[in-house]
Write a protein that binds this ligand. Sequence first.
Ligand code: HEM
Ligand code: HEM
Length: 568
Amino acid sequence: MLHGLFHIYRLGIIVNTVTVLLLAFILSVTGLFVFIWSLRWRLFDPHPNAAKTIFSEGEVGQVDEPSATPQQLQALQDEMGHQAPLDAAGQRTLSQELAERIQADRSSALVAFLFLSCSVAWLVVGSIAGLISSYKLHSPDFLVNDAWLTFGRMRTLHLNIIAYGWAPMAAFGIAVWMLPRLLKTKLMGGRFAILGGMLWNAGLIAGLGSIAVGISDGMEWLEMPWQVDLLLVAGGALAALPLVFTLQNRRVEHLYVSIWYMGAALFWFPVLFLVGNMPAIHIGVEQATMNWWYGHNVLGLFYTPMALAAVYYFLPKIIGKPIVSYNLSLLGFWGLAFFYGQVGGHHLIGGPVPGWMITLSIVQSMMMIIPVLAFSINQHLTLSGHFRSLLHSPTLRFIVLGGMMYTVSSVQGSFQALRSINTVAHFTHFTVAHAHIGLYGFFTLVMFGAIYYVMPRVLAWEWPYPKLISWHFWLVLIGFAVYAIGLSIGGWLQGLYMLDVSRPFMDSVNVTIPYLQSRTVGGALMTLGHLVFAFHFIAMALRHGRRVGPALFHEDKVGVQAAGAQSL
Ligand code: HEM
Ligand code: HEM
C-alpha cells in the first residue's frame, strides 16, 4: 500500500506541468495522424458517394435556389452547366423522392417557423442595443438617466440578446429544418422543440430583465442568474430531443457531415451551459478559467458547428454539386472536436493562471488551423471555376462570404492567441472587431443565407420583394466592413498606445474615438439591413406579393406548389 502511494507521489513529481502539456500536444497530434491514416484507408467513410447523400437521383447538376428570381435561376444553371435529361425510370425515382422531401419539409415547417421568427425579433432588438452601446462609447452623455440604459447594462443586454436570442434561435430553426431532410424522414418530436423554445425564451426574457435591473452572476457570457439559466438548460435539452427521435427513425444509412456537426453541437451546448452555470463550485482563479472554458467553447462547439453544418448542406445544394472532398469535411469535424475544447485559456493570457494552461491553449489555438483550412480548402475547391454563381444566387452570397469569414476570423484568432500579439490586442477594441468578424461575419451571414433558402420551403411562399434581399446584403456587408476594418485599426493603435510608457493613458482612449464613431456608422448600416430583413420576413409571413419563381422544387412546379400550400 505504502509502496503504491510512494509510486504515485514519484509520478506526481515526474508528471509535472510541462509533461502534461507535452502529452496533450502529442496526444492531439497523434490523434490527428491516426485520423488522417484512417481516412486514407477509408475506415471512416465506407461510401465513396457519401457527399451525394443530400441529393436525390439526377439532382446533381441541378441548381436549387429558392430565393432567386427565374432569371437568376436560369443564369445560375447556365453557370453550372446543363445535365443530360433523366430517363423515365430516373424521373420516377426523382419525383418519388421529391414528394417525400415535401413531407419532410411539411413536418418541420411550423417548428422552424417559430424558431426563426423568434430569431429575427431578437436580431432587431439586439442590434438596437448594440447600436446604443456603440454610440455611448464616443458620446458618453447619451442616455445616462436610467440605470438600465447605462453602458454596463446595455452592452451586456446586447451580448446576451445576440448570444442567447438571435444566434441559438436561428441555429435551432435551421437545424430542425435540415434534420428531416438529411435523415429522409419526418421530423419526430417537434412538440418537444416547441416546448423547449418556449422555456428558452421565457428564461431569456427573465435573464434580460435581471440584467436590466442590475442582477447578474458577474461572469462574461454567463451574466444571467443561474436560477434563470436552468430554464435555458431544460429548453436546450428539449430542443435537442427531435434530433434523437428523428435519428432513430432515419431512412438513410449514411449520416451526412452536417448531422455530425449539429448532433455534436446540440449535445455539447447543454453540457457546457450546465457546467458553466453551476453555482459556488468554481471560485477565484478557477472560476475565471471555467468562465473562459465556457466562453470559448460556446463559440467553437456550439455556434461554429451549427453554422458549418448549414454551409455543408446549403452550398452544395444551391450549386447542385457535392462537396469536393468528403474526407476533408470529416477532418474538419474531428479536428474541431479534438482541439477546440482546450483553447479557452487564450482569453486569460497574462492573467494569474498557471502558465502551462495558457501555453496549452495557445498550442491548441494554433492546431485549430488544421480543421479551419480543411473547411476552407473544401469550400474553395467546391466552388472553384464557378465563382460567378455568386452573382446569380442571393443565398449563396451570404453563405460563401460567411464561410470565408470563418477562415478569416479563425486564422486571425489563432495568431491573436500568440503571446506577442495578444499583449497588444487584449483589453482593446481589436478583440471586439474579431468577435464581430466571427459571430457576425461568419455565423450571422451564414444564418441569413440559410434563412433565405429555407423560408420559401417553410411557408410555401416566395420572398415577395427580391430587391430587398440585395438591399439587405449590401447594407450589412458595407456596414460590417466599416465596423470590422475601422475597429481593428483603432483597437490595434489603442493597444500600441497603452504599451507605450511615454504616453499618458488618455492618449490610448483619444486615439480610438474616430474609429468608435466609424463603428457606430457601420453598426447603423447593419441595423438598417436587419430592419429590411425583418420587414421582408414579416411581409412574407403575411403572404404579400407572389412571384412565379423557383421557391419550391424544380420539378412540376405547379403541382408541388399546390401540395406545399396545402401543407400550411
Ligand atoms: C481557431 C479559431 C479561433 C481562435 C484561435 C480564436 C481566438 C481568439 C482570441 C485569442 C481571442 C481574444 C481573447 C482576448 O484577448 O481577450 C478571441 C476572442 C473572441 N473570439 Fe475568437 N478565435 C477563433 C475563432 C472564433 C470564431 C469562429 C468566433 C465566432 C463564431 C469567435 C468569436 C470570438 C469572440 C466573440 C471573442 C470575444 C470574447 C469576449 O471577450 O467576450 N472566435 N478569440
Ligand atoms: C447579429 C449581430 C451582432 C452580433 C452577432 C454581435 C456580437 C457581439 C459580441 C459577441 C460582442 C462581445 C464582444 C467582446 O466582448 O469582445 C459584442 C459587443 C458589442 N457589439 Fe455587437 N454584435 C452584433 C451587432 C452589433 C451591432 C449592429 C452593433 C452596433 C454598433 C454592435 C455593437 C457592439 C458593441 C458596442 C459591443 C460592446 C463592445 C465593447 O464592450 O467594447 N453589435 N457584439
